[in-house]
Design a protein around this ligand. Structure first.
Ligand SMILES: *Cc1c(COP(=O)(O)O)cnc(C)c1O
Length: 464
């Protein structure tokens, strides 16, 4: 078979056998699938040999680049020992080393007088959604063991995204993803999204004095005795459209949780591991949650792994005689997989060795400067970022903030144009996401931003 035939064959076989996630397959089969065969640093190579900038870090997971030697080596070395053994009743060296490192790194409150808990125990699973399921079940069972049976609901935010399994969807708040499953979901309390650009009260920060937080307080005032935990994505609602919180909102949520005796679950699946410019987004407001969910960047985007990290207080409540059945009955086949944990240890070591966070700061400034220029474009409603999490919200009419209708497929038009110019990105509706690996060079970052700017102008002003 010639190489051209082989490519055609792969493309046809993909269409024949694969059902792609979050993809309208009618559109997919009408096009030629882009097949990736290689990666290096912040670049991806397709089957035709064309290279692209990986502008969304392979769906927000890559941190230090593809084919990072240290991570490759760590996995190879572990492969020579053992690929997998279970954490149910046994342990393994990489998962132990990683747990110690995660606890060392986990967000600490800088305020010595604070009541904020510190995190001491790591529970592994394999993806962001399961790390959230674990947190929800732990919070729920915690109150059961404490003898407070009424606390069995959760408070979550509109526009929240916590994953696609049923529990995670129940605490989600994105109508277009979540509405269809409504009959399957458990009921939760929903608080407004701190989405200043489209404030549901029509107010502006800081004159609003965080009206959205006041609504959360009202709910808690009324129903705190029914609520086990509040769950939020710290500082940025990711899949909801890269919605950046106003200052003091997150700290306010922590204070409300303390005041009303409710656990705080911080879902840092997207924001963790340097994405927002600090190791964890909670550090921006010097808070620490009772349960912390981590995944995505944890293995440098190499292998599926997640962790739910919690406090001594919560852990202790599950201790008891075997027959008391206080055990946390949850676990997955691949929990604490040694290959994934070795990749994660290597990934965390690189943060130190490369001074990743320090080197990121000038790139964040560069990005921010360019976003100011983006905001001046005719159809850019808002260009917002927290560190290296960026969203450019396109609008049909800048003055009225009228969104583009779904049929306009405006996000897709932008990313198709960008693809022609050697950049891979993926939109969230009308929001163009820019989330390259943290290791991207300034030169490549400028290249990426140039292409995205041209693509936005093309899709919104020229190529209509
Ligand atoms: C991606 C994401 C999840 C779900 O992670 P999966 O690995 O896709 O299951 C959960 N929470 C947040 C904040 C995310 O961004």
């Amino acid at each position: 078979m010639s190489y051209t035939e082989e490519i055609r064959n792969l493309q046809e076989t993909d269409k024949k056998f694969i059902w792609h996630p979050f993809t309208q397959m009618k559109d997919w089969v009408a096009e030629k699938p882009l097949i990736i065969i290689e990666g290096r640093d912040c670049f991806l190579k397709d089957i035709h040999g064309k290279w692209y900038i990986d502008g969304v870090s392979s769906l927000w997971v890559n941190v230090h680049g593809h084919r990072r030697k240290e991570v490759d080596d760590a996995i190879r070395q572990q492969l020579d020992k053992i690929a997998h053994s279970t954490l149910l009743g046994l342990s393994n060296a990489p998962s132990i080393k990683l747990a110690e490192k995660l606890i060392e790194l986990s967000p600490k409150s800088s305020d010595i007088d604070t009541q904020y808990p510190s995190l001491t125990k790591v529970f592994y699973s394999d993806n962001g959604s399961t790390s959230v399921e674990v947190a929800l079940k732990m919070a729920f069972q915690y109150w059961k063991h404490k003898g407070i049976k009424e606390k069995k609901s959760f408070l979550s935010l509109k526009n929240a995204y916590h994953g696609d399994t049923i529990g995670a969807v129940s605490v989600g708040g994105i109508d277009i993803f979540h509405e269809i499953f409504e009959p399957l979901l458990f009921k939760t309390f929903k608080s407004p999204s701190p989405y200043c650009y489209r404030c549901e009260f029509g107010e502006t920060y800081p004159e609003c004095s965080l009206h959205c937080l006041a609504v959360m307080q009202d709910i808690l005032n009324q129903d705190a005795d029914k609520i086990a935990a509040v769950i939020v994505e710290p500082m940025v609602q990711g899949a909801g459209g890269m919605i950046v919180y106003p200052d003091f909102y997150l700290k306010g949520v922590r204070e409300l949780c303390d005041k009303y005796n409710i656990l705080l679950i911080a879902d840092e699946v997207a924001t963790g591991f340097g994405r927002t410019g600090k190791m964890f987004a909670c550090e921006h407001e010097q808070i620490s949650p009772d349960l912390l969910c981590l995944s995505k960047g944890i293995t440098n985007g190499y292998l599926p792994l997640a962790a739910t990290i919690t406090t001594e207080e919560i852990f202790n409540v599950f201790l008891g005689e075997y027959s008391e059945l206080k055990t946390f009955f949850h676990g997955h086949s691949y929990t604490g997989n040694p290959l994934a944990c070795s990749a994660a240890v290597a990934c965390l070591d690189i943060f130190e060795k490369d001074e990743t966070l320090k080197n990121l700061q000038p790139k964040i400034s560069l990005l921010q400067k360019r976003l100011n220029d983006f905001s001046k474009l005719k159809h850019v409603g808002e260009a917002r970022n927290k560190g290296f999490m960026t969203g450019i919200e396109l609008v049909k009419d800048k003055d009225t903030k009228e969104p583009y209708p779904l049929e306009a497929k405006i996000g897709w038009k932008v990313i198709h144009k960008a693809r022609e110019m050697g950049v891979i990105i993926r939109p969230l509706g009308n929001v163009i996401v820019i989330m390259p690996p943290l290791c991207i060079s300034e030169e490549n970052l400028i290249q990426l931003l140039d292409v995205i700017e041209k693509s936005i102008i093309f899709a919104t002003e020229e190529g209509k």
